[in-house]
Write a protein that binds this ligand. Structure first.
Ligand code: PEP
Ligand code: MG
Length: 576
């Protein structure tokens, strides 16, 4: 009998194949007491296990290196770094000594402590790093208990859908080389490295299917729908036929999209639309360029600060920005100045005063930079210096009023003056633009546009601030709707203000990466999208099949509507 099982969709695509239930031989960590004289042996056992586990990862990395891009190997590097981080080792040794316990138990306690720390972090990406801690602890445990390390061989896995409690990024990479069709896990979330990796590798995947290994047996036929987050176990002929057709369509669509690589995005009535990518780190350019060799409309520099957990010095920043400029070989790079605070925080040593009750409304982004100009100036120097190596634009997050802009201009002048004194080259005419992500800035978009070289709409925050809902609070996520008429009005005001002032306006918030809004935004007059790498070709395809002259009057009607249901229905009609 066919059964439908639900989970969390993390990597879209359809997989049809036989299940392979992957049960690891694993010995649970048990606690036993050791004598003080045995402590040295236990510490040596831990050190050996850690070395052995690190060697396994290094060997695997070497094996994958010839055919795997560096940004994907970086997932293994993260585990290696964690494994060799003193917090792991020293903390575990400390537990052995304090509790006079065996290495397995001491390691488990240390793992739990670190997971607890990650669990308390507000940023969802960083919170999800607890999965990595679990994976690293497990690998060292396996080598302490001599659990067999090998995955089943390629002949057993090819074309199969893996059903497991959990998969590490290393497992996923190995299995991808063994050509699995998809995977289902009992644990994990959409922001785990394994999920991100599955998306990068294009493996259909569903996580959080709690009783997967109880409900599915090896050899049973499965359909995995990575878009809907559903698994059909032992499907009937009708479902098989439907999904086989969907799979064939998906493959031909992929081929079709692939043919758009390197081609411009032009509407049917000949309007060229600019498509750029969003990146968090210079390495992301490689992934973006697998889809299209295009420029960057948003480089979120705070990730460099978050990765280092401090404000890096001018030279460190300069090296990163320069690397990104050079990788782009003449394509523009829009560097956003740091947007720290609220959902993106670091535990630096600078005293920022008492903790804000409502950090999203507090000393965030440009507010913080203007309050701490000495900490901000190194970034301004670094961005200006990078502009000597290629086309760079500087973008400012979370501006609320023109006075902030005036303070900013004064600081940029100081930075330029400093560089001239130091005889360092930079682009004297470096374009400066604002993110429009606060309703006050959207309403004053024309005033901003007249003083700036470009605007970029940050819908992630614009929606949060317009609708008064915390963007990372699940409790109010039901209200988060880009089609809310108030949000659409603010977007429209910004686009029209840019046109009136003769200043380019882009959109770099997630709304721009969602193909279901492409036609709506085109009809509103948006002609510059900065988006996620994996949405590039899909959105280009929509643009190439859209006619602005027929979209405009229909979008005008949408902007007049006040009822979300009506707006949604009209947007749906635009898309079909
Ligand atoms: C936005 O707010 O839309 C945006 C692009 O910035 P971030 O998501 O980094 O806040
Ligand atoms: Mg923002």
């Amino acid at each position: 009998m066919s059964i439908l099982i639900n989970g969390i969709a993390v990597s879209k695509g359809i997989a049809i194949g036989e299940a392979y239930v992957y049960e690891r031989e694993r010995n649970e960590a048990v606690e036993y007491t050791i004598t003080p004289r045995q402590q040295a042996d236990e510490i040596a056992r831990l050190a050996n296990a850690q070395k052995k586990a690190a060697k396994q990862l290094r060997d695997l990395r070497k094996k994958l290196e010839p055919t795997t891009p560096a940004d994907i190997l970086a997932f293994i590097d993260t585990h290696l770094m964690m494994m060799e981080d003193p917090t792991f080792y020293d903390g575990t040794v400390n537990n052995i000594k304090t509790y006079s316990c065996n290495a397995e138990w001491a390691l488990q306690k240390q793992g739990e402590r670190l997971i607890q720390i990650f669990n308390e972090i507000e940023d969802p990406y960083l919170r999800n790093r607890q999965d990595d801690v679990r994976h690293v602890v497990q690998r060292i445990q396996d080598s302490l208990t001599n659990a067999p390390e090998h995955l089943p061989d390629a002949s057993q896995l090819k074309g199969r859908i893996i059903v497991a409690d959990d998969l590490t990024p290393a497992d996923t990479l190995t299995m991808q080389h063994q050509k699995i069709a998809g995977f289902i896990t009992e644990y994990g979330g959409p922001l785990s490295h394994t999920a991100i990796l599955a998306r990068n590798l294009g493996i259909p995947a569903i996580v959080g299917v709690h009783s997967a290994r109880l409900l599915i047996k090896s050899g049973e036929t499965l359909i995995v729908d990575g878009q809907q987050g559903t698994v059909i176990n032992t499907p009937d002929l009708r479902s098989l036929k439907t999904y086989r057709k969907l799979k064939r369509d998906e493959i031909s669509r992929k081929h079709l999209l692939h043919r758009l690589k390197g081609k411009p995005a032009i509407t049917l009535d000949n309007k060229t639309i600019l498509l750029h990518g969003n990146i968090d780190r210079p390495e992301d350019i490689k992934v973006l360029h697998q889809f299209d060799k295009t420029g960057i409309g948003l480089y979120r520099t705070e990730m460099l600060f978050i990765d280092k957990n401090e404000w890096p010095d001018e030279n460190t920043q300069f090296q990163y920005y320069k690397r990104a400029v050079q990788r782009l070989k003449g394509q523009p790079l829009t560097i956003r100045t740091i947007d720290l605070g609220a959902d993106k925080e670091i535990q630096d040593t600078i005293d920022h005063g008492p903790m804000a009750h409502n950090p999203a409304m507090g000393l965030r982004a440009i507010r913080r930079c203007l309050k701490e100009p000495q900490a901000f100036l190194p970034q301004l120097h670094a961005i200006l210096r990078a502009s000597a190596f290629g086309p760079v634009r500087m973008m400012i997050p979370m501006l609320t009023n023109i006075e902030e802009l005036q303070q900013l201009f004064a600081l940029i002048e100081t930075a330029k003056h400093n560089l001239r004194e130091r005889r360092l080259a930079f682009d004297e005419n470096l374009p400066i633009g604002a993110m429009i992500e606060v309703p006050a800035a959207a309403l004053a978009a024309y005033a901003f546009a007249k003083k700036l070289d470009f605007l970029s709409i940050g819908t992630n925050d614009l929606i949060q601030y317009t609708l008064a809902l915390d963007r990372i609070d699940d409790e109010v996520s039901y209200l988060y709707n880009p089609l809310n008429p108030a949000v659409l009005q603010l977007i429209n005001i910004t686009i029209q203000a840019g046109k009136k002032a003769g200043v380019p306006v882009s959109m770099c918030g997630e709304m721009a990466s969602d193909p279901s809004y492409t036609r709506l935004l085109l009809g509103m007059g948006l002609d510059y999208f900065s988006i996620q790498a994996n949405a590039l070709l899909e959105i280009k395809h929509i643009i190439n099949n859209s006619k602005l002259s027929s979209l405009r009057p229909r979008v005008r009607k949408i902007l007049e509507a006040t009822d979300i249901t009506e707006i949604e229905a009209r947007v749906n009609q635009l898309n079909h």
